[in-house]
Design a protein around this ligand. Sequence first.
Ligand code: ADP
Ligand code: ZN
Length: 540
Amino acid sequence: SDPRNSPHFRELDEKLRKVFKLQRFRPNQLEAVTAAMEGRDVFVLMPTGGGKSLCYQLPSVCEGGRTRGLTVVISPLISLMKDQVNALVQKGIKAICSTSEGQNTNEWQLVQNATLWYLTPEKLHSSPATRNLLTNLYKRDKLARFVIDEAHCISTWGQDFREAYTYLGFIRKDYPNVPIMALTATANSKTVADIVSQLGLCDYASFSQSFNRPNLKYFIRKKEKKNHLAEIIETIKAKYVGQTGIIYCTSRNNCERVAQKLQESGLAAAFYHAGMQAADKDKTTQDWQNNIIKIIVATIAFGMGIDKPDVRFVIHHDMPKTLSGYYQETGRAGRDQQPADCIMYYSYKDVADLINMIKKDENATADSIARQTEAAKEVYRFCENPVTCRRVLILRHFDEKFDAENCSPSCDICESPQDAQSTDVRKAVMNVIKVVESFDNQIPGITENQLQDIMRGSKRAEVRQRGWDNIPQYGSCNDLPPPLFESMIHKLLLDDVLAKFAVRNASGYHTEYLKLGDVKFPAQQEYIVQWRDRSGANGS
Ligand code: ADP
Ligand code: ZN
């Protein structure tokens, strides 16, 4: 039914304009607030910047429907909570927030008069006084609604998993008559199911919309051997003069180094990572929000709750850990709906390093290691794929179908589809395996580069000196273009057909040698490697 015909429409529309000073509803907002007014549980899945907050803030200031009383908002980030409360207070709305950072003695007083109460999940979980307060309000029928913001934090499937969220199931049990609204910007079907069951949502109204961010352009670039930071700096100076951006790095060290290089080349940049003092982090964020710093170089610690509308570029200096993370991080660009660019650099080394890091985590279960490894491989495959539109793949990750014809403004794949190649390399792989096998158990063994020399028939002195030109398979991969050969070896490594082992020499250096992996190569099947031919031979 058309929410414009609901008895609540007049009040909602009036408060939208008078209190929030907004002209019209964005997609799904009116539907969600109407369901809330009817007292239903509501699930809102909306991309970042879509306008989730209004979905619970607007009903909270209405008189009609099932909305009278206090709206309790569970939110994971203190800084975000404070920003929201400030903005609400400026609109004349009685909003307060409590963090776990200390007991507010007049909390009781404040809460009695409040319209919206923002709380961290930790506070709700660990403070008996808070729970007593809620129970008291509940008994007097003064609780209008519970709102679970960033609800995906409840799910161990996502990278933002937050332990205190897993206790939120008590809300439905202890306050069964109070409607719940859950909101998130990232949830595939598994996460949605997790949220619904853990919160105990029932007969809920569900609103979701396409996750496509039509104003974002996606470019994925393989790191070339030379320093790709120089290329990043060139790009910024050529395309994004004076514009706001974020550069994501995997490690804290990289953050600091990259920020310094940017500064040295005259760009207004600063770094941000979890190893910094809270005050420094706040200052950096403030300076960025206030345009004193234009470019923030950060780990993934930076981002959730960042609401700067005019971010024109997000650059990944290193490959991200998961596709969901990639979507969220790039999602911070272009929240003002104006065009913005997302550029990611990746390499096989990035994914190999990530997997090593994942395996080293001593607190992780085997299950979680396997899951994280698979997630990292998924990102690598996403990058390596030369055929399918980036948007199609990103959205498929969220179980959304998307037609590549609608990829607009575009992605690197759709811009030059003629570069896409796929080749069956079964024969070449058989030869590679024979060579690697022949070096098995040999000291020193062969490295990836040496294998390449042999297979491609290199004339380097070392090859002749060591007699490798007498190996029957010497030069047998001559006809494969270098990018194809490289993609093939990396695919074999990720598929565990080949593996590496490290040996430390006398001076403490690690060298990685090749050996056969745990998976037997399926010689009877095609082994298709997809790659991009940038030689221009295919016309462009
Ligand atoms: P989300 O939480 O979904 O990322 P927010 O609730 O922070 O998004 O809203 C993003 C931005 O969009 C905010 O600046 C907000 O004021 C603005 N906004 C929300 N709803 C509307 C609307 N109906 N019309 C215009 N702007 C809106
Ligand atoms: Zn595309």
